[in-house]
Design a protein around this ligand. Structure first.
Ligand code: EPZ
Length: 425
């Protein structure tokens, strides 16, 4: 398994370009199953999860052409298979996003029930309850979710009240409802920008989705959907990761091709702790330590659904708090086991105490390089950030986790002055 070797204490300087959002590209690719015509997606990030979903679409019978690294032309004309097998779903839970489109267009779908993952049990009960409300029968058979539309073949529009804010649950139900008969209302819907981006694509395909990005989404079902071309929004989590990379190394970065308005909670938190963040324009952020001084002050944070502080930035923020003056408390309200990076950060010398859903960090602590092990996508990013600030060499094992959601991260970091190399094994 590949390793990263980082020699820290080098301030990052220069500019970095943000790739497309993995968590928008994934549902947008799944949406191509809703039509027999070609869906063209631009600004798709070149990351492992995208390759995995491409393979699933091809296994189902779709053709996927990539005329350019970040462009996918998907045509789900001859779909012969309606199932996502276990060995694929276990590597990427986002495969469940095939459920809604397959059920809506073909009246049937069989997807392996995703097991838990490192950060939590991550059930999909809300997805399945939603499909039942749309008239589908949904059974669990030997670890597989087997769903089928009513006898007449079409799902029926319904009022769906989601008991918990779920991003892919909202996306799955929104896609299914586009081809249902009648009107569907999703209450307590996720408001993440990726949900809105998916709705923009669906409407380009001929769907009638209103209110995406707000807690109530209304979908007027249509008979069929057609071809569309769409550019995926920039990745707000990659953006936040590079903002923190500049702050933790006391450097100065120009972050290009991003969408500042999707990162308001993080930006205001960084300003609160003493990081200088300016919006140069609608797609560029400038970040540096305020007036060159290097003292950051500790601030508490609670992760919440969008537009509040994102859970996907929690691990990266914890790395930064090890360098802030004072005590900070980080409360993770979304996932039940998302502090695995804490034990690894302690190996670098960080002072972190985890108690249930809250981690308390005392700073600043000088970090010293050590051997670390990545456990999940965002925890890996946290370890890279800490390695950039640590004295000496940090070696991070199992970096395939980071390759799932960050495009060429070591090349982007090296281009702005980091001493990071990948040992291929
Ligand atoms: C999406 O996961 C993202 N993944 C995650 O990003 C992100 O952390 C998460 O949303 C929260 O923002 C993609 O978009 C592909 P949820 P998702 O359903 O949709 C509970 C990354 O790092 N829940 O919003 O799977 C669930 O257990 C990944 O890129 C139910 O109880 O998350 C969790 O506690 C990690 N029943 C909470 O809701 C359900 O049916 C939020 O989960 C569904 C969810």
């Amino acid at each position: 398994m590949d390793k990263f070797r980082i020699v820290g204490e080098r301030p990052l300087n220069g500019q970095v370009s943000i790739s497309g959002a993995k968590n928008s590209a994934l549902p947008c690719m799944a949406a191509a199953l809703l039509t027999s015509e070609t869906v063209t997606l631009h600004n798709v990030p070149y990351v492992r999860d995208i390759i995995t979903l491409r393979r699933l679409l091809e296994d189902l019978g779709a053709t996927v052409l990539t005329p350019e690294l970040h462009t996918h032309k998907i045509r789900a004309h001859h779909i012969e298979l309606f199932e996502a097998p276990y060995d694929l779903v276990k590597t990427m839970r986002a495969s469940v996003l095939a459920l809604g489109p397959l059920l809506a267009r073909f009246g049937q779908a069989k997807v392996s029930l995703p097991g838990g993952c490192a950060i939590g049990t991550r059930p999909i009960d809300l997805h399945l309850e939603g499909f039942r409300l749309l008239g589908a029968s949904v059974e669990l058979e030997a670890g597989d979710v087997v769903a089928s539309a009513p006898a007449r073949g079409r799902l029926q529009g319904a009022d769906v009240h989601l008991g918990n804010v779920t991003v892919t649950g909202t996306e799955n139900l929104m896609m299914a409802a586009t081809l249902a008969e009648g009107r569907t209302k999703i209450h307590n819907a996720a408001c993440e920008p990726e949900v809105k981006d998916l709705a923009d694509l669906l409407n380009k395909m001929g769907a009638r989705v209103h209110g995406a990005g707000t807690p109530t989404i209304e979908i007027e079902g249509v008979e069929t959907l057609g071809a569309a071309e769409h550019s995926v929004i920039p990745d707000r989590i990659e953006t936040g990761t590079f903002l923190i990379a500049a702050a933790i190394t006391q450097g100065e970065l120009k972050v290009k091709d991003c969408r500042p308005e999707h990162s308001t909670a993080l930006i205001s938190k960084l300003r609160e702790i003493g990081v200088q963040v300016e919006e140069a324009d609608r797609s560029t952020l400038l970040v540096h330590s305020k007036d060159g001084n290097h003292s950051l002050s500790a601030c508490d944070v609670v992760t919440e659904p969008y537009p509040q502080f994102p859970t996907d930035m929690q691990a990266q923020y914890m790395a930064l708090m090890t360098q802030a003056r004072g005590r900070s408390a980080i409360t993770e309200t979304i996932f039940e086991n998302r502090f695995m990076h804490a034990a690894e950060l302690r190996r670098l010398g960080a002072r972190i105490d985890v108690n249930g859903r809250t981690a308390t960090i005392e700073g600043p602590t000088p970090l010293k390089g050590a051997r670390l092990q990545a456990s999940d996508l965002r925890a890996s990013a946290s370890l890279v950030l800490a390695g950039l600030a640590a004295r000496g060499e940090t070696v991070i094992d199992r970096v395939y986790h980071i390759d799932r959601g960050y495009e060429k991260i070591e090349a982007k970091l090296r281009a702005v002055g980091a001493d990071i190399t990948r040992d291929r094994e």
